[in-house]
Design a protein. Structure first.
Length: 94
């Protein structure tokens, strides 16, 4: 699916990562042509929400370090989950 983040278009794809226990997603540099954000396809519930937010944060601010993006995405996902945001197929419990 195509998504717009800060005026730039990205491809958002749910894919299988062989090393998915260590890598839940990836994000191309904002300067790349046909940039893609990838999220591991088997993630569900708050893990999937957190990974989507995490990779989108990288897309929006490439200069942020991994620790900052991780903590920020975790906090945002927790808040959105409490507010009831879900994707089809998600459970209600975190």
């Amino acid at each position: 699916m195509k998504v717009r983040l800060l005026g730039k278009m990205w491809n958002l794809k749910f894919v299988f990562f062989k090393n998915w226990k260590e890598q839940h997603g990836s994000c191309d540099a904002p300067t790349e042509k046909n940039k893609t954000i990838k999220v591991h396809s088997s993630l569900r519930n708050r893990d999937r929400l957190e990974s989507i937010i995490h990779e989108c944060r990288h897309a929006c601010d490439w200069s942020r370090d991994e620790e900052f993006v991780h903590e920020e995405a975790e906090d945002m996902a927790r808040l959105l989950w409490k507010l009831g945001y879900r994707m089809e197929g998600d459970d209600e419990a975190p």
